[in-house]
Write a protein that binds this ligand. Structure first.
Ligand code: PLP
Length: 442
């Protein structure tokens, strides 16, 4: 496959168009596709559509293909496991790949305490498991989550989500007992304050307002937090923010759940993003990048919390042996060099985008850690007015030039390429992006 985007306009080409017509006739219209990419085959950071067009993938299939598309070591592990055992369900039976993966994750997750692991098929299910375990273990009902958070679309996970109204409207009552508060988003401070003069008032608000007026702290089972908000706009909270939250939860015997579904598995330059703040959550949920594209999620919890009885929670497919084998191969690759690459190449990407922002005032902010990098598109930098129309236009232009990007938040663009991405591929991506801003006359 080419090492440079190769596009024959107009897109979609004739073959892709036919596939899209078939899809539109039958598949759910609830998906959020913003441009017509049909993925035919892929290798590394490159995707080919059925018409032979070649795209540079800075989406990793929504931050999933951490080791690149079809990494030979992951494919080999999948094939080997598929020849041996496809399924037997860890709910009722035993097999080694699931145990081996649990052992690795328990060792890798922050916290010297003993842990237990529960496997799922997706991020939302891992969040559900954490929500249920938090209630079960503490016998408390209430949960605190953040505006801008995305935790998934099943009812429990959706109740914790505070991202976009269209994700909630028309679905009726959600799980009761969830309260949302402002996140540590210094670019758009929910309380209109400025860091560090604010002294992290957004965390203190939970104690000084929420706990005094609305929610008795002794009824709160857990606070769930994304170390870096993903769908909410790739928002990195300020130094000290997660530590303050951890101190607050400890003070009131509240569990801290880190949702690492998007930020975890090496993407930010550490295995788990919360490690950047040196915080040890009671429960971690992860999915997406864990198995390079096979459906797998995990909840890793303090051992003393997993007191639920047989039958209390389970999943037929969770911890599928082939997905676990893919995850084990993924972990090998992450540990051997990809986490390091996420840090080094991520810094390089951030610097290139910061340079680009000097030329184009429409780029209001550049932020992120490792290869979880976002830019925010604004009408006016001084007042940070969102410009989602321009954001969508830039993403469309990038697609027509062979660069795959995704939006995030109200007006952000995220850069979450596979963690194998090289500096020269970053150069290509940023050069294409530059031509998009030039074309859009901003
Ligand atoms: N949590 C976070 C932080 C996510 O970003 C997502 C998905 O984007 C989820 C949970 C839900 O994961 P899934 O789509 O696998 O259910």
């Amino acid at each position: 496959m080419s090492k440079y985007p190769k596009i024959k306009l107009p897109l979609p080409g004739p073959k892709a168009r036919k596939i899209i017509e078939r899809d539109h006739a039958l598949l759910s219209p609830s998906f959020t596709r913003s441009y017509p990419l049909v993925a035919h085959r892929a290798k590394g950071v490159w995707i080919e559509d059925p018409d032979g067009n070649i795209f540079l993938d800075f989406t990793a299939g929504i931050a999933v293909t951490s080791t690149g598309h079809c990494h030979p070591k992951v494919v080999q592990a999948i094939k080997k496991q598929a020849d041996k055992l496809l399924h037997m369900s860890g709910t009722d039976f035993y097999y080694t790949s699931q145990i081996e993966l649990a052992e690795r994750l328990a060792k890798l997750a922050p916290g010297k305490f003993k842990k237990r692991v529960f496997f799922t098929n997706s991020g939302a299910e891992a969040v559900e498991a954490a929500f249920k375990l938090a209630r079960y273990a503490t016998k408390r009902e209430k949960m605190i989550s953040f505006f801008g958070a995305f935790h998934g679309r099943t009812f429990g996970a959706l109740s914790l989500t505070g991202s976009k109204i269209k994700q909630r409207e028309n679905f009726g009552s959600l799980v009761p007992g969830v309260h949302h508060v402002g996140y540590g988003n210094c670019y758009h401070c929910p309380y209109n304050l400025t860091y560090p003069e604010c002294k992290l008032d957004c965390v203190d608000y939970i104690e000084h307002t929420l706990f005094k007026r609305i929610v008795p702290p002794e009824e709160v089972a857990a606070i769930i937090v994304e170390p870096i908000q993903g769908e909410g706009g790739y928002v990195v909270p300020p130094p000290g923010w997660h530590q303050r939250l951890r101190a607050l939860t400890k003070k009131y015997g509240i569990l801290l759940i880190a949702d690492e579904v998007q930020a975890g598995m090496g993407r930010t330059g550490k295995m788990f993003a919360i490690e950047h703040w040196g915080v040890e959550p009671d429960i971690i949920v992860t999915a997406k990048g864990i198995a390079s594209g096979l459906p797998l999620g995990a909840m890793i919890a303090r051992k003393d919390l997993m007191i639920w009885k047989p039958g209390a929670h389970a999943s037929t497919f969770g911890g599928n042996p082939v997905a676990c084998a893919a995850a084990l191969a993924t972990l090998d690759l992450l540990e051997s060099k990809l986490i390091k690459n996420a840090q080094v190449t991520g810094d390089y990407l951030k610097k290139k985008l910061t340079d680009l922002a000097k030329r184009f005032p429409a780029i209001g902010d550049v932020r992120g850690l490792g290869l979880m990098v976002g830019i925010e598109i604004v009408k006016d930098r001084s007042v940070k007015t969102p410009n989602p129309v321009l954001r969508d236009k830039i993403i469309d232009l990038a697609f027509s030039r062979g660069l795959l990007l995704l939006g995030c938040g109200e007006t952000g663009i995220r850069f979450c390429p596979p963690l194998i991405v090289k500096k020269k591929e970053v150069d290509i991506a940023v050069r294409i992006l530059e031509t998009c801003f030039e074309k859009a006359h901003v």
